[in-house]
Write a new protein. Structure first.
Length: 108
């Protein structure tokens, strides 16, 4: 028996592309929880304030790395929507948090 012909256009699609069409929800929608979500309007503050709040135990109970991931997630999701000035301020906060992480690794 000869092999069945495939439907045109279907063979090249990845599993992810097929899933998108089916209306599957993305994990991004559920990434924050009520207990660890940063306060509203935090990312409009200055870099020092952002870094201080994201490094706090209340917002990042698992440590500074968790706060750094929240900031990177925000920057990546905002994409081109961020103004140049806001992006510069957020990158300053990122550097401050990275310095705190490096500081913590230096201690035994």
């Amino acid at each position: 028996m000869p092999p069945q012909p495939t439907r045109p256009g279907r063979a090249g699609r990845s599993r992810l592309a097929r899933r998108r069409r089916s209306g599957t929800r993305y994990w991004v929608r559920t990434v924050t929880t009520v207990s660890t979500a940063p306060p509203a309007g935090l990312f409009t503050q200055d870099a020092r304030t952002i870094a201080r709040v994201l490094a706090s135990k209340r917002v990042s109970p698992k440590g500074v790395n968790s706060g750094l991931r929240m900031l990177l997630f925000y920057i990546n999701r905002a994409g081109r929507q961020l103004s140049r000035r806001r992006r510069i301020e957020l990158l300053k906060a990122k550097r401050l948090l990275q310095a705190k992480v490096a500081e913590g690794r230096g201690q035994p």
